[in-house]
Structures are given as C-alpha cells and as structure tokens.
Ligand binder design. Structure first.
Ligand SMILES: NC(=O)c1ccc[n+]([C@@H]2O[C@H](COP(=O)([O-])OP(=O)(O)OC[C@H]3O[C@@H](n4cnc5c(N)ncnc54)[C@H](O)[C@@H]3O)[C@@H](O)[C@H]2O)c1
Length: 334
C-alpha cells in the first residue's frame, strides 16, 4: 500500500520510519504547508513533496494517509481524505471535540474507509500484559485504577508554536495532548466509566496559555472500580507514567517503564517497555506495532486489531466530561 504523511513536524518521523520498515507499505508522499519542511522530509525519505494536501489527495495511487498535523486539522483532513478514497490513520486526539469525531466515524462508514486513531501506548509490552491478565480474570475483579502523569513543558513549548495552548487549535491542554493516552489506558483496562468528578487548572502557565496545564479526577467505573487520575505539565521532568490496577487477588503496577505484579508482599517483574533510539522516551516504541496492525487490518478487512474511530473517541469523551465537571463543580454522568 502507498502511504502519505501530512504534517512533517515533531512526530512524523515515527510514522515515516514505521511505514518504511513494513514489507507491505511504501511512503510515496509527504505534505507540509511549510515548503522547506516538506522538501526536507521528501529528500530524506526519497518521496514526493506537496504543500497542499488536497493536491496529494488527487493521487489515486495513494491508499493510506497519516495525519501528523495540529489537532484542529484532524477532522477536516480525515473527512477530505476518506472522501478521496483513502484510509486514514490520525494522530491523537481523533478531533478537538466529540461532534467532529462522530462526523469522522460517520464518513468512515459511508465511504467504507478504515479510520484508526494513534493510541500506540496500548501496544507497549506493559499495557498488553496488563490487558491479557485482566481479561484472563486470574486476579479477580478490578477494585481501583490509578493513572499519574507528571511531565515538564517549558514556556517556549507553548510560545514557540502557533497552535498549542489555544482552545481553537489544540482543543485543550495537558488532557487532550499529553494525558489522553493515560485516560485511554484507564478505560481500556477498567471498562466503561459511569461518571467523573474532576477539576482542571492552569497553575504554571497561567499568563501564557488559555488551556489547562493540570487536571485531576475521580473516575467511577461501571463495574464499581474507583479511578484516581492526576496529570500536569508543571513538573521539572518527563517522569515515567505511573499506573496501578488494584484487583481482588493482586496489584499490577507500571512504574519506571516496567510492569510488576504485587501479591502476598512479593513484587515480581512481568514486562519491560523497550526504549526507541532517537525518539523521546515517553512516546514509547509502539508506533511501529500500531501502524503494522492498521495496515494488516486494511488488508484483511479486520478493524478489530487496531484502535478504530469509535475506540479513539472514548478518551475524548472522558476529557469532555471531566471539563464539564470542573466547570459545574459537580459529578457528571456519561
Ligand atoms: N502519539 C503520540 O505519542 C504523539 C506524540 C507527539 C505528537 N503527537 C500528535 O501528533 C500531531 C502533531 O504533533 P507535532 O508535535 O508533530 O506538531 P508540530 O507542530 O511539530 O508539527 C505539525 C506539522 O504540521 C504542519 N501543518 C500545519 N498545518 C498544515 C496544513 N494545513 N497542511 C500541511 N501541513 C500542516 C506544520 O507545518 C508542522 O510541520 C498532534 O496531533 C499531536 O498531538 C502524538
């Protein structure tokens, strides 16, 4: 299958490398409205450069489009690409609001094009092992889940970008950009969330950005489990994400990129996440696994092996409810 990447910024290289490593894929084009960026990427990957994505969409040989653009463009670009007959893999979040995400899913159904959302952290060794153990039921019922993200973002991270830090273009702050992966994993592990009582705040960048840099919440799962969530971009370092799943017969803990099982005062390592050379550690090394699944899903007409639009929408729903709960200062049911 021939692929094109739209957006040649920070994350696009993870997609380019993964596509080039796949036996059934070929990177045919890159697009960036910044001509210099597009040209540089095209030279590096020996493919065609475009500045206007609509021109690229006219190439009937392109089968799959990867969206590595700012959040507000995911909706419109995905809909245009599916309308032009392409399958779409969008970086997270699916869109900047639920309505746009639902529209994308509708177009995917109408056009029979595959739509995948980039939640690569589901394919980390630690996440896959947790999911396997929870699904086996061998630790009994889930009683609680904790997800804690404490990362560092500088003032320049926001002031140096035309789209970050603004509701119109980023759609939110630490929740929609950084912690969306943690919320996705919490609901993937714990099942449906029934209600949320949460709070968002701008504590470090209050004079710099419109959106939140810190958020916390109590999640109430349908199965009765309690969820604790905390996320901030106001720490001094990109600390490894901490997650814990408290089950009747043991605790699963992800810390320092390893998964441990704690039972009867014994702590046993079950899995470790491999870092990827030349990439930011907290992105993980799972883009390749995720992209491989998507291409396999397209070829085998099987959307059960990748994160579909519907699946990708779930974390965004949690974010919208958390924000509403903060605005109204009350527990909100989904
Ligand atoms: N999955 C992950 O772990 C992960 C990690 C980092 C970023 N991301 C996501 O990837 C996306 C991009 O983030 P980034 O950090 O690479 O951003 P970035 O700002 O570094 O890059 C975005 C690129 O898109 C280009 N662009 C903007 N408008 C365009 C248009 N109309 N047509 C063509 N190109 C256009 C910009 O010129 C820029 O080169 C975001 O959705 C972000 O949330 C995901």
């Amino acid at each position: 299958m021939n692929a094109a990447i739209i957006g040649c910024g920070a994350i696009h290289e993870m997609h380019a490398r993964a596509i080039m490593a796949l036996p059934n894929a070929n990177l045919k084009a890159v697009v960036d409205c910044n001509e210099e960026r597009a040209k540089q990427a095209a030279e590096k990957y020996d493919c065609k450069a475009y500045v206007d994505y609509k021109e690229m969409l006219k190439d009937s040989e392109i089968d799959v489009v990867h969206l590595c653009t700012p959040h507000y463009l995911h909706g419109v670009m995905a809909i245009d690409a599916m309308g032009a007959g392409k399958h779409v893999l969008t970086e997270k979040p699916i869109a900047i609001n639920i309505q746009q995400g639902e529209e994308m899913i509708k177009v995917s159904k109408e056009t029979h094009r595959h739509l995948c959302v980039c939640f690569q952290t589901r394919y980390r060794n630690s996440s896959l092992k947790v999911k396997e153990i929870l699904d086996s039921g061998k630790l009994g019922a889930i009683k609680g889940i904790k997800g804690i993200l404490t990362w560092y973002r500088s003032e320049e991270y926001y002031t140096g970008s035309h789209w970050r830090g603004k509701f119109e273009t980023e759609g939110g702050g630490v929740l929609i950009n950084q912690a969306i992966h943690t919320l996705d994993l919490m609901q993937w592990f714990g099942g449906e969330v029934e209600a949320i009582k949460g709070h968002v705040d701008t504590r470090v960048f209050q004079d710099v950005i419109e959106v939140e840099d810190t958020a916390d919440a109590q999640l109430y799962f349908k199965n009765g489990a309690r969820g604790i969530f905390f996320a901030t971009n106001g720490y001094s370092d990109n600390a490894p994400i901490q997650m814990e799943i408290h089950c009747e017969d043991g605790i699963l803990r992800i810390e320092d990129e390893s998964l441990f099982l704690i039972q009867n005062d014994e702590k046993k390592a079950l899995a470790h996440n491999q870092p990827l050379e030349g990439a930011k550690g907290y992105w993980g090394n799972s883009h390749k696994k995720m992209i491989e699944r998507f291409y396999r899903g397209i070829q085998n007409h099987d959307d059960s092996i990748y994160v579909t639009g519907e699946e990708g929408l779930k974390a965004l729903q949690l974010i919208e409810v958390l924000n509403k709960s903060s605005r109204l200062n009350k527990k909100i049911y989904l």
